[in-house]
Unconditional design. Sequence first.
Length: 170
Amino acid sequence: MAGPVKGAGRITRLALLTAIALTIFMVEAQIPALTTIPGVKLGLANVVTVYAMFAMGPGDALLVLSARVFLGAVFSGQMMTLIYSAAGGVLSWCVLCLLRKLLTEEQIWLASPVAAVFHNLGQLLAAAAVMRSWAVMAYLPYLVIAAVLAGLFTGIAAQALIKQLNRIQK
């Protein structure tokens, strides 16, 4: 992985990653639901989050994630999603922080499915708190399966992105 970028280069990179993640998020929001199960989507913007975590570090990844979650809620006009996205995003970010210490550069693709599972868990816990009912946890088995499948896809994409960008930077 490349060394840390400082100053204006770092700010530019953060802004670019945020713009890319937000654009992917907004485009994906236009795609019809893949299933009738609420909360199931590919989560393609997470490729950017995984990249930011492993290439730039936890602090910068949290900045990109936070900006994308907030701006995504604002631009979509669905401020209620802010609660769910933030809960899922923070929980998956915590898991990514741990996995960053445990995985080698060749294993980064494994981080995304695990983070996706925790993202869904965070969203369900937020939903349970908002609705004051644990009934929403019935979706957990379905969301775990969807998270692993979508997470594998986004993880492989993030791994390829990191590998390609490292090759370009050398």
